[in-house]
Design a protein around this ligand. Structure first.
Ligand SMILES: [Zn+2]
Length: 192
């Protein structure tokens, strides 16, 4: 699988947007990779989500983010300026109750990559808390809160919500998306 960033650099990764230098290390802790997209969607369909032909169902559910987590995400992205900030959110299906602020090891205003050791540590702790990854966030310091073509191209973790925090306007804009097979659909974010 490929990772992605805004400049389109491709690297081996278990997640889009997360650079993993040692994917083999994740196997040891049972975190080698997400289930392939088609299997995930199959599961969702089987679960009776009323999915239509496009696999997404007539309407996407909103994604809820705990107020403090929302604030932590924004603060982190703001503190990383002028570079892109990035991180993970975890919780239960459709809900983020914890944030994992990650270092952007590319230290770039137009791309990001996460440190594999930091990601592994976050995953282990999520497991211990019985949480799962529910969203991947990053910021766009100067462009709008919409996935770049490279963001879309390399988004291969369909069950995570992609959140983009944009600082292009006077007020930060936070938008969520589901990206599946190159299709980008807005997901309503609700502070909870
Ligand atoms: Zn981006």
């Amino acid at each position: 699988m490929k990772s992605m960033n805004c400049t389109g650099v491709q690297k081996a990764s278990i997640f889009p947007g997360i650079k993993i230098s040692n994917p083999a290390g994740l196997k040891e802790i049972g975190l080698e990779s997400p289930v392939p997209p088609n299997q995930r969607m199959g599961k969702r369909k089987a679960a009776g989500a009323g999915a239509a032909k496009n696999n997404l169902g007539p309407k996407l559910s909103p994604f809820y983010i705990k107020e403090s987590v929302w604030n932590q995400m924004l603060q982190h992205c703001r503190s990383e300026l002028p570079f892109e900030g990035c991180g993970l959110l975890s919780g239960t299906e459709g809900y983020a109750s914890n944030s994992w602020r990650m270092k952007n090891i590319e230290a770039s205003p137009i791309s990001f990559a996460m440190d594999d050791e930091e990601v592994k540590a976050a995953f282990l702790e999520m497991e211990q808390r019985n949480e799962k990854l529910t969203a991947i966030f990053h910021s766009h310091p100067t462009s709008r809160a919409y996935p770049s073509s490279q963001d879309i191209k390399h988004a291969n973790y369909p069950e995570a919500i992609y959140i983009i925090v944009s600082f292009s306007g006077k007020v930060p804009m936070v938008k969520g998306y589901q990206i599946i097979n190159g299709r980008t659909l807005p997901v309503r974010l609700i502070r909870h």
